[in-house]
Design a protein around this ligand. Structure first.
Ligand code: GRF
Length: 203
């Protein structure tokens, strides 16, 4: 399968997928990594791994629609089977999301449907939640609202800082995302009528 990964930052999730592919754990290859930020460290990770990179700065486009159209054109050059959002900090227009329906994944640092959007660790701490975590989901037009494929939970300790909790969640993310990408690349994962099917069973 041809995978395109979209990033805006550090790219630790990208790295976990690169590493998994290197170990032949995923039946696919990353055709390109695209960032909206020229200084995203993840671009260097990609270059290190010999993966083509592109920077598409949203600042060079008049509006969301024209940016998303350009991004789509870029992605589609790679005969892309799967789009992986890995810390891509942009809201995507409905046209864009529809175009990649059933073939675009996102990872979000919370136990969805809890804490969509930003500052999830802070919000979990403020709510004194006993557990927190990360979710991988198919992307649908509602922000962080698509059907969940897989989650990992972590405990929240009373004296946790936001940083400590974020680190605990991130560790889980690095296991979750490669596993879901692997399933997708083995044709075991399908989005059907709003439901996630894994090996033909509703998740
Ligand atoms: C992760 O916490 C992910 O859940 C969120 O953005 C962060 C990306 O981190 N969507 P990285 O760039 O993969 O290190």
């Amino acid at each position: 399968k041809s995978i395109v990964v979209l990033i805006s930052g550090n790219g630790t999730n990208l790295q976990s997928i690169i590493d998994s592919i290197d170990k032949n754990q995923i039946n696919g290859r990353i055709s390109a990594v695209i960032s909206n930020q020229a200084d995203a460290y993840g671009l260097q990770r990609a270059e290190q791994a010999g993966i083509p990179t592109r920077v598409l700065s949203h600042k060079e486009y008049a509006d969301r629609h024209s940016y998303d159209q350009a991004l789509m054109a870029e992605i589609d050059q790679f005969n892309t089977d799967l789009v992986v959002l890995a810390g891509f900090m942009r809201i995507l227009s409905d046209d864009f999301v529809d175009h990649y329906q059933g073939r675009m994944l996102n990872i979000h640092p919370s136990l969805l449907p809890k804490y969509k959007g930003l500052h999830t660790h802070r919000r979990a701490l403020e709510a004194k939640d006993a557990e927190h975590g990360a979710s991988v989901h198919f992307v649908t037009p509602e922000l962080d609202g698509g059907p969940v494929i897989l989650q990992a939970k972590v405990p929240v300790f009373e004296d946790d800082t936001e940083q400590e909790l974020a680190e605990r969640v991130r560790e889980q993310e690095l296991c979750l995302y490669p596993l879901v990408v692997k399933w997708f690349c083995e044709d075991r994962l399908v989005l059907q009528d709003g439901n996630v099917l894994l090996d033909n069973k509703v998740v």
